[in-house]
Design a protein around this ligand. Structure first.
Ligand code: GCU
Length: 343
């Protein structure tokens, strides 16, 4: 009998302990029953960079914030490494309701509306602060809103640093060195023209194809920021990297208009705020990653050259026609941007 009483007491204490644990868990993490409810929406997010890249980490952060703020009602599944397709294709899918969210390079939006070229003209920004002043001001807002005309919603700006040239033939130290080089560019008219104006041959192709084309020597070089050069392993097949910072191409976080219209104004607001918060996070990660990538490729044997100020001036001067050809109609905005760099 005593043994039975003892067993009963143990079971009772166990039940009390379990209740206490359940109540503590409820207070700390919310109703576990609610948590196990399936989300109301499961959205896709396209990202063409690898897993641990700053923009991808920004995307995960965004997804986590949205899930938390909507108490699990909205779940966003980030698909990195271009799993949902090349950028241009992802944009198309978003316009037709096939993909819900993405982060894309602005150069891919200029095919849709040429005025996006204004924000990515060669040698436009004096430095990163200048670009952020523009993006965070009314000019940046106007361009975020411009995508509304194309079945998209512009959520926030992500950083992609400055782009430089790299190749596997020789260090580029002057304009003449560019002559005849076959350089991969993004699939955007202005980028093609920019390279041709510098005397090289532009070879447009998607980001995913660059490594193999460099490896098979179908192109001599390409141009990109430090983290892309490093994380896509381009340094393995193009060891001469020339710092000239010819472009800063901002990146935009986007939502498909089809997706957006399904949401309540409250959820739209949550998504907008989380996007901005994730963008600030990405900018911090970016700064760190730029340094890390640079150090890594230097260790791996990349030979870095920096254009002298006089040579850089030659490159810059060669671009005059590009400004006129691609942004002639928006020269007032271009001038405003240039002015902001002197203030
Ligand atoms: C950067 C950018 C990508 C883009 C790539 C390119 O890495 O982040 O989104 O696709 O440039 O050169 O195509």
């Amino acid at each position: 009998v005593n043994n039975l009483k003892y067993k009963k007491r143990i079971i009772q204490s166990l039940i009390v302990a379990l209740w206490a644990a359940a109540i503590t868990c409820y207070i700390k993490t919310g109703n576990p029953l609610l948590k196990s409810q399936p989300p109301e929406y499961v959205f896709s997010y396209g990202e063409n960079q690898p897993e641990n890249y700053p923009t991808t980490m920004g995307a995960y952060y965004f997804a986590r914030l949205v899930e938390e703020q909507t108490e699990g009602r909205i779940k966003i599944l980030v698909k990195s490494n271009g799993e949902l397709g090349q950028e241009a294709n992802v944009i198309w899918q978003m316009q037709h309701g096939g993909v819900d969210f993405a982060r894309v390079s602005l150069s891919q939006l200029s095919a849709m509306d040429a005025s996006f070229n204004v924000l990515q003209l060669p040698y436009l920004y004096v430095n990163s602060d200048h670009m952020w002043k523009v993006l965070e001001g009314t000019i940046g807002d106007d361009f975020l809103n411009l995508v509304n005309e194309y079945e998209l919603v512009g959520l926030s700006w992500y950083d992609a640093g400055a782009r430089n040239f790299y190749n596997n033939v020789k260090p580029i130290t002057c304009l003449e060195d560019m002559e005849g080089m076959r350089i991969r560019v993004q699939q955007a008219d202005m980028m093609v023209d920019m390279i041709e104006t510098l005397g090289a041959k532009a070879v447009p192709m998607s980001y995913e194809e660059v490594y193999s084309n460099l490896q098979q020597k179908k192109v001599d070089g390409a141009e990109n920021n430090w983290p892309s050069y490093e994380s896509m392993n381009h340094y393995e097949v193009a060891k001469y990297y020339t710092i000239d910072e010819h472009t800063r191409i901002p990146e935009m976080q986007l939502c498909s208009k089809h997706t957006w219209d399904k949401l309540t104004p409250e959820d739209q607001n949550i998504i907008s705020l989380c996007a901005w918060e994730s963008a600030l996070y990405e900018r911090e990660l970016w700064k760190e990653r730029e340094k890390e990538s640079k150090n890594k490729v230097l260790e791996k044997g990349t030979i870095v050259t920096e254009l002298s100020p006089e040579e850089k001036e030659h490159f810059r001067n060669a671009m005059e026609d590009i400004y006129e050809k691609y942004c002639g109609e928006n020269m007032d905005i271009v001038e405003q941007i240039i002015q902001m760099g002197t203030e």
